[in-house]
Design a protein around this ligand. Structure first.
Ligand SMILES: Nc1nc2c(ncn2[C@@H]2O[C@H](COP(=O)(O)OP(=O)(O)O)[C@@H](O)[C@H]2O)c(=O)[nH]1
Ligand SMILES: [Mg+2]
Length: 166
């Protein structure tokens, strides 16, 4: 799987999505540090909310192949400046979280993420797991086995002896 780094303000759902993508039972966990030990780098929201710490996030993008900007569908504002994605040379995707919440406006959040420069947007309810598989598929690399599969998908061509079935 491609390595992704999640960014977004506190409480937007970075850790919950991280846990949902790993198939973990969701437990409360306050992110106190940049968690860079896996294919998902989880970061504290304070890094995005504090101007001086924002530079650390820009540096951390080099540790990942994909940057995920999270924005909750319930947020009445966005912290992302227009065209911020050009700050790094990685693919940047937008992820709208909490689409299930009362009063959520996923399309409004998606518009802010597009304004920030995200060309691909995902919509998730991390609690129910909705939309999580789409992100995993996006990050998939040849040979990866998805949680809902039991055998790896092969990208190898069939051998000469292998009959094609039509
Ligand atoms: N309804 C709903 N609640 C969510 C979702 N994602 C996160 N939450 C809740 O939002 C709160 C903050 O989540 P957390 O993952 O700690 O946010 P973080 O600060 O960005 O890591 C927690 O109470 C989560 O249960 C979601 O997709 N839907
Ligand atoms: Mg967190």
């Amino acid at each position: 799987m491609k390595k992704i780094i999640f960014m977004g303000r506190s409480e937007c759902g970075k850790t919950t999505l991280t846990q949902a993508m790993k198939g973990r039972e969701i437990t409360y966990h306050k992110t106190q540090y940049v968690n860079n030990f896996d294919v998902i780098i989880d970061t504290p929201g304070e890094y995005l909310q504090t101007h001086t710490l924002g530079h650390a996030l820009a540096l951390y993008t080099y540790e990942a192949q994909v940057v995920g900007l999270l924005l909750s569908a319930t947020e009445p504002f966005s912290l992302y400046p227009p065209c911020i994605t050009c700050m790094c040379n990685r693919d940047v995707i937008g992820i709208v979280t909490k689409i299930d919440e009362r009063g959520a406006d996923p399309e409004r959040s998606a518009r802010w993420l597009r304004l920030a420069g995200c060309k691909t947007i995902f919509f998730v309810d991390s609690k129910a797991g909705e939309g999580v598989a789409d992100i995993l598929e996006y990050l998939r690399e040849p040979g990866d086995v998805m949680p809902w599969e039991d055998t790896p998908k092969t990208t190898e061509k069939p051998s000469k002896n292998h009959k094609k079935s039509h």
